[in-house]
Design a protein. Structure first.
Length: 265
């Protein structure tokens, strides 16, 4: 999916001043992460994250970046993909599933949108619903302010076990990068569509120290797993170290299926 005129212009400007990032042959095209967003830290960093998230989330964004409106069809899609599937914090599926898929994603990454809306529904239907696979989402935020706002919102939703519903809505209505599309208005509109989600708690939790600490944890894990872009997918037997899945495109279903089959064997 196209990332917008502004993003393409920024990429051309960046390319003129420095060499483009090198991608391994046969690996999926994906957004490249800045190492700065993947650094671990101590309590001081948590305080900084709280301040940054508070400033960005309270700014509210704007609606200039557009995005696809939420329709009855959007809600039906979310329900079809996720209805009846157990969620606990940032984990989708049975916690006793024998295989785990870890996904590093950015909620405004267009390649992540491709994976989440085209590949993940098949994986959920085939493996998560049957108890063979659980999905652990680790959102990171490196594209810009909308990424920060979005991650704070989905982690707040995770505190009510509604993270995957919220993410699915965001990907289905995703707008142009860093145009303010991921606004307070959109966050409230999505929250209103998710049964059982407490909007007041969601808005309070997204600027909490707990959400900031969770964000820091995911950044540290991304650094430890050598994540340089999104989406990054890892698969392995539950309880063991998952291994990166080499995907030729963000919708390379067969690569993920093969990794799951190997872990199930």
């Amino acid at each position: 999916m196209a990332s917008g005129k502004q993003s393409r212009r920024r990429r051309r400007e960046a390319a003129s001043s420095s060499p483009p990032p090198v991608r391994s042959k046969g690996r999926a095209q994906r957004r490249q992460a800045s190492p700065k967003v993947l650094l671990g830290g101590g309590a001081a960093l948590v305080i900084v994250i709280v301040a940054v998230v508070l400033a960005i989330t309270l700014s509210g964004g704007s609606s200039s970046g557009g995005g696809t409106p939420i329709t009855a069809s959007t809600t039906a899609t979310v329900q079809k993909v996720l209805g009846g599937v157990p969620q606990s914090a940032n984990v989708l599926g049975s916690r006793t599933a024998p295989v785990t898929l870890v996904e590093y994603i950015d909620v405004q990454c267009p390649y992540c949108r491709e994976f989440e809306t085209q590949t993940m529904p098949t994986l959920i239907a085939r493996y998560v619903r049957t108890g063979k696979l659980k999905v652990e989402a680790r959102p990171i935020a490196f594209i810009g302010p909308d990424s920060v706002r979005g991650r704070a919102a989905v982690l707040a939703a995770a505190r009510q076990n509604r993270m995957f519903d919220f993410m699915e809505y965001l990907y289905l209505v995703q707008g142009t990068e860093n145009t303010g599309w991921l606004s307070d208005g959109l966050i409230k509109a999505i929250a209103a569509k998710i049964p059982g989600l407490d909007l007041k708690k969601l808005l309070a939790d997204r600027t909490s120290s707990a959400v900031a600490a969770q964000s820091q944890k995911f950044d540290a894990e991304a650094q430890a797993d050598n994540v340089t872009g999104t989406p990054t997918i890892l698969v392995g037997k539950s309880g063991q170290t998952p291994q990166p899945v080499p995907m030729s495109t963000p919708t390379d279903l067969q690569a993920v299926v093969s990794a799951i089959a190997a872990a199930l064997a």
